[in-house]
Design a protein around this ligand. Structure first.
Ligand SMILES: Cc1cc2nc3c(=O)[nH]c(=O)nc-3n(C[C@H](O)[C@H](O)[C@H](O)COP(=O)(O)OP(=O)(O)OC[C@H]3O[C@@H](n4cnc5c(N)ncnc54)[C@H](O)[C@@H]3O)c2cc1C
Length: 433
C-alpha cells in the first residue's frame, strides 16, 4: 500500500458537494469550524446542477401554500432570483411552488458561498476508505489523480447521496434492492429552439395524449406515458424530464453504466417523439443532457430515528425537529406512470434521522438520510436536502466548538442556532408564511 502523499487535518469533513453537502459545509464554516468539502466531480452541485433546474419543497402544495424551508437554502434562492437567474413557477403540478434556476449560475453561487465562508473545497477528489476509532470516523482516505490524501477529522458529514462514507464506516443502511419498488433513474435533457408559444397553445394535456398514442402505437420505444416539459431561464429552451430507467442498482458500477447508456438512448428517442409529434418542437435539438443519470434512491442510512411513511402522512412533530417537509410522496417506480400522494400538511424531520445509529460523530444529510422508501419519496426534494444539510453542518460545528460528540449535542442549542439562521421547523410552521 502506498503512503499518503498529502495530509489534511480538519474539524468537519463533508463528503459530497451536492445541494445538501454545500449547505452543510457553508453552515459549519459560518459557525467557525474548519471545514473540508470533498467532491469527486469538477464542480459543486451534484444532482442540483448536473441533472436538474428546479427546486421543489420550499413551499407546501397549494395556491397559498406556506413556506416550510427558510435559512441558508432560502438565501440561495434569493440570490439566484436577485441575479435574474431564477423564477418561481406557482404551484407546479399541484406540488407547491417550484423555483426554476440556471444551473450554471448555481454552480458559480455554490463556489462563492464556499469561498466566502472559508470552506476548503477539494474537487476531483474521491473517498476510498474510512478508519473508525472509538466508534467514530476519524480518518478518511481520499484519492485525486495520483494523490493519496490522509484526512483526519473530528466530525464527518455524509452528503454523498449514496451514503458512501457511512457504508464504508460500517453503518447499517437500506439499499436499492431491499425494496420492491425502488425509484427509477432518469436522464434529463434540454431542447432548443422551441417555439414556446406554439407549444403553450397546444398544451400539456394534448402533449400527454400524443405521448400515450406514441407509446401504444409502438412507433417509439418510450417507457413512460407521462413526464414533464417546462420553460427554463433561457428563452426558447425547454427542459425535458421524461426518461425512466428501472431495475438498475446504482450501487453496482456495471448496472449504473448500463443505466447511463439506456438513459441517453431514451433521451434521443423522446426527442424524436417531440420533434415528430409536438407543435413547437419541430426544429428543436438536444442542447444539453444531464452530466450523469439522476439517481433518486440508492442507500438510506439506518439512523437513530427511521422516518416512516406514517410520520409523513400524519404530519409528525418531533422534539428534536431540525427541518420540515410537506411535498407529496412521489413514486417513480416500474411502469409507465408516476404515483403522487398529497399530504395536506407539513411534518418535521428529526435530528436523530441525521445521526448514524451505531456510530458517533457521523451525520448524514440529503438523499441518504434515515428514512423509509415512502418517507424518503416525500423528503428527497432539494429544499429538504438543503435544510438537512444546514442542520447537519450546524450540529457538526456546535459539537466541535463545545467539545462534545454529535450524539451528546444539546438539541435545544442546535435548534436555537438554526432559528438564528432562519431555518423553519416545528412550531415555526404555525407562523411561517
Ligand atoms: C431525476 C430526478 C429528478 C428530480 N427532480 C427534482 C426536482 O425537480 N426538484 C427537487 O427539488 N428535487 C428533485 N429530485 C430530488 C433531488 O434532486 C435530490 O434528492 C437531491 O438533489 C439530492 O441532493 P444530495 O446533495 O443529497 O445528493 P447528490 O445531489 O446526489 O450529491 C451527492 C454528491 O456526492 C458526490 N459523491 C458521491 N460519492 C462520492 C465519493 N465517493 N467521493 C466524493 N464525492 C462523492 C457526488 O458526486 C455528488 O456531487 C430529483 C431527483 C432525480 C434523480
Amino acid at each position: 500500500m502506498r503512503a499518503p502523499t498529502r495530509s489534511i487535518e480538519t474539524d468537519v469533513v463533508v463528503l459530497g458537494g451536492g445541494c445538501s453537502g454545500v449547505m452543510a459545509a457553508v453552515a459549519a464554516a459560518r459557525r467557525g469550524a474548519a471545514v473540508t468539502l470533498v467532491e469527486r466531480e469538477g464542480t459543486l452541485g451534484g444532482t442540483s446542477t448536473g441533472v436538474l433546474d428546479t427546486f421543489y419543497g420550499f413551499w407546501a402544495p397549494g395556491e397559498r401554500g406556506r413556506r416550510v424551508v427558510g435559512g441558508l437554502p432560502s438565501e440561495v434562492v434569493d440570490r439566484l432570483v436577485a441575479a435574474g437567474s431564477a423564477f418561481v413557477r406557482p404551484n407546479t403540478y399541484g406540488a407547491g411552488n417550484g423555483v426554476t434556476y440556471n444551473p450554471e449560475v448555481l454552480r458559480w453561487l455554490y463556489d462563492e458561498l464556499c469561498a466566502t465562508a472559508g470552506v476548503r473545497v477539494l474537487l476531483h477528489t474521491s473517498l476510498t476508505d474510512v478508519a473508525v476509532d472509538n466508534n467514530r470516523p476519524t480518518r478518511l482516505v481520499l484519492t485525486s489523480g495520483s494523490e493519496l490524501i490522509d484526512l483526519r477529522c473530528a466530525v464527518a458529514v455524509d452528503c454523498s447521496g449514496d451514503a458512501v462514507l457511512a457504508h464504508l464506516a460500517g453503518a447499517a443502511s437500506e439499499g436499492y434492492d431491499d425494496v420492491p419498488n425502488a425509484q427509477a433513474l432518469t436522464t434529463t435533457f434540454s431542447m432548443a429552439p422551441v417555439d414556446q408559444k406554439a407549444f403553450a397553445a397546444f398544451g400539456r394535456a394534448a402533449m400527454l395524449e400524443r405521448l400515450a398514442q406514441a407509446v401504444d402505437g409502438g412507433r417509439y420505444q418510450l417507457p413512460r406515458r407521462e413526464g414533464s416539459l417546462h420553460p427554463t431561464t433561457a428563452a426558447g429552451v425547454e427542459f425535458v424530464h421524461m426518461t425512466r430507467v428501472v431495475a438498475r442498482d446504482p450501487r453496482d458500477p456495471e448496472a449504473l453504466s448500463l443505466a447511463e447508456r439506456e438513459g441517453r438512448a431514451q433521451a434521443i428517442e423522446y426527442a424524436r417523439f417531440l420533434n415528430d409529434c409536438v407543435p413547437g418542437f419541430e426544429l428543436a435539438h438536444i442542447t444539453w443532457m444531464s452530466r450523469r443519470i439522476g439517481i433518486r434512491e440508492s442507500r438510506r442510512v439506518r439512523g437513530r430515528y427511521w422516518l416512516e411513511r406514517a410520520d409523513v402522512v400524519g404530519g409528525a412533530r418531533f422534539g428534536d425537529a431540525i427541518a420540515s417537509g410537506a411535498a407529496p410522496i412521489e413514486e417513480h417506480a416500474n411502469g409507465a406512470d408516476t404515483r403522487w400522494e398529497f399530504l395536506g400538511h407539513a411534518y418535521d424531520i428529526p435530528y436523530r434521522s441525521l445521526q448514524a445509529a451505531e456510530l458517533d460523530n457521523l451525520l448524514v444529510a440529503g438523499r441518504c438520510f434515515s428514512a423509509s422508501h415512502d418517507a424518503h419519496a416525500s423528503a428527497r426534494n432539494m429544499a429538504q436536502c438543503m435544510a438537512m444539510g444546514q442542520a447537519a453542518g450546524t450540529a457538526a460545528a456546535l459539537a466541535v466548538d463545545g467539545g462534545v460528540t454529535t450524539g451528546a449535542l444539546d438539541v435545544a442549542q442546535l435548534q436555537t442556532a438554526l432559528r438564528e439562521d432562519h431555518a423553519i421547523f416545528g412550531a415555526d410552521l404555525e407562523v411561517a408564511a
